[in-house]
Every structure is written in structure tokens, then in C-alpha cells.
Ligand binder design. Structure first.
Ligand code: C5J
Length: 220
């Protein structure tokens, strides 16, 4: 077992039974000119983590971790989008509308693509998920079970929405979960800080957190 200097206490794992889950590094959330920016968010906060996510992917690839990439996306018919998700609030652009990079959160549209800098390689798993959590309405649970995965390392965006939701789903399913602090980001700094605190609270009620350097030091 390898041990990462994590909070709230060291995180032990075996690379052979560990998957890296990179959540929703999609152009529409991260790139200037996309959906996130159109909604008035400062996407520079998110673009800033791209080199760290790329370095984490490279580290995971060197050490043979299973790698899973997710995309928040819907079928072009929007039949898999619950009305509450579609109609909530009064945004200037809704799911399925044509935005700066094609139809918002629709599979196959340019904005739904994962950024080139952190793009999946052949053989890596790419999951389209209609929800915030990556276990809901996807084959993720079956895929991890078939591969004998027991530990999950998380990165991606946004920290308090799709990343935290998936970590909570995973924690309830019995996976030991580690979030890489500098490989995740939110449009709202206070939400990211609160999420890291929540995960580590009460003896790691959702899991562990650590910077990429701590994971790298444990592995190399
Ligand atoms: C993700 C969102 N990926 N914030 N989606 O967190 O709606």
C-alpha cells in the first residue's frame, strides 16, 4: 500500500485497484467564450487548473491507474433531462439552447468536448452523465466493480457540484475517495473552500483531500 500525506489523515491506496475520475473538464465549463462564461462566471479560475489536471493525468498514466473521464451531457432530444433541471431559474441560456459553442450540454456539440490539454487517450473510459453525480444513470458502478476498483481519486469541475456529488455517491458505495485539491475548482472560491472542509470534516465524512504534490511524492 502507498500512503498519501492527506487530510484529515493519511490516505492508503494500491494503484492496481485505484481509478482516477476526472469530472467534466468540458470546453463549455472551462473555456472563455463558452456556456460558463456566458452565464457571467470567471472561467479563468477554472482554466488555471488545466495544467495541474494534465500533470495528474500524466502521473496516473505512468502508474497504471484506471482512468475515467466524465462529461455532463444530454441526448439531443433532451429526453434524459428532468424538467426541473431544464426550467430552473431564469438563465439567459438553458440546456439545449444554442450557445457560443453549440447546443448547451448536448452530446456531440463542440462545447461538450473535453479540453484538448486533458483529452482522453485510447483505452481510457469516457462516460456521458445526465446528472451531477457520475453514478446516476451511467455504467460507472458496473465498470469499477468489473475492474476490481476500491479507491477513487478525483479531479475536475466544479468542486461543489459534480465533483462533490460524485464523491458522496462513491463514499456511500464504499469507495475510499481522495480529492486532489489543486486539480479541482469552482467559479466561487468560498464554495470550493467549504467543500474541501465538508469532505474532511468529522474524520473524513466524505473522504480525504491532498495536493497533487503529496500524491506525486507518494507515487514517485
Ligand atoms: C458541474 C455544474 N460539472 N456545475 N456542473 O459541476 O452544473
Amino acid at each position: 500500500m502507498i500512503e498519501v500525506a492527506a487530510a484529515p489523515f493519511p490516505y492508503p491506496f494500491d494503484p492496481a485497484t485505484t481509478a482516477l475520475i476526472v469530472i467534466d473538464m468540458q470546453r463549455d465549463f472551462v473555456e472563455p467564450g463558452g456556456f460558463g462564461a456566458a452565464l457571467g462566471n470567471d472561467v479563468e479560475r477554472l482554466t488555471a487548473i488545466v495544467p495541474t489536471v494534465a500533470a495528474l493525468l500524466a502521473l496516473a498514466r505512468r502508474h497504471g491507474l484506471t482512468i475515467v473521464h466524465t462529461r455532463e451531457s444530454h441526448d439531443a432530444s433532451l429526453a434524459d433531462c428532468p424538467p426541473a433541471k431544464l426550467t430552473r431559474g431564469a438563465p439567459s441560456l438553458r440546456i439545449g439552447d444554442v450557445g457560443p459553442m453549440g447546443r448547451i450540454l448536448v452530446r456531440g456539440e463542440p462545447g461538450n468536448a473535453i479540453l484538448d490539454a486533458v483529452a482522453p487517450l485510447d483505452g481510457e473510459i469516457v462516460l456521458d452523465k445526465p446528472g451531477k453525480g457520475a453514478f446516476y444513470a451511467t455504467a460507472l458502478g458496473d465498470i469499477l466493480r468489473l475492474k476490481g476498483i476500491t479507491h477513487l481519486i478525483f479531479a475536475g469541475v466544479t468542486t461543489e457540484v459534480c465533483v462533490q456529488t460524485t464523491m458522496r455517491e462513491a463514499n456511500d458505495r464504499g469507495y475510499d475517495c481522495l480529492l486532489i485539491e489543486d486539480a479541482t475548482e469552482s467559479y466561487f472560491p468560498a464554495f470550493k473552500a467549504a467543500t474541501l472542509d465538508m469532505i474532511r470534516a468529522q474524520g473524513g465524512i466524505v473522504g480525504w483531500t491532498a495536493p497533487l504534490a503529496a500524491l506525486a511524492a507518494a507515487l514517485e
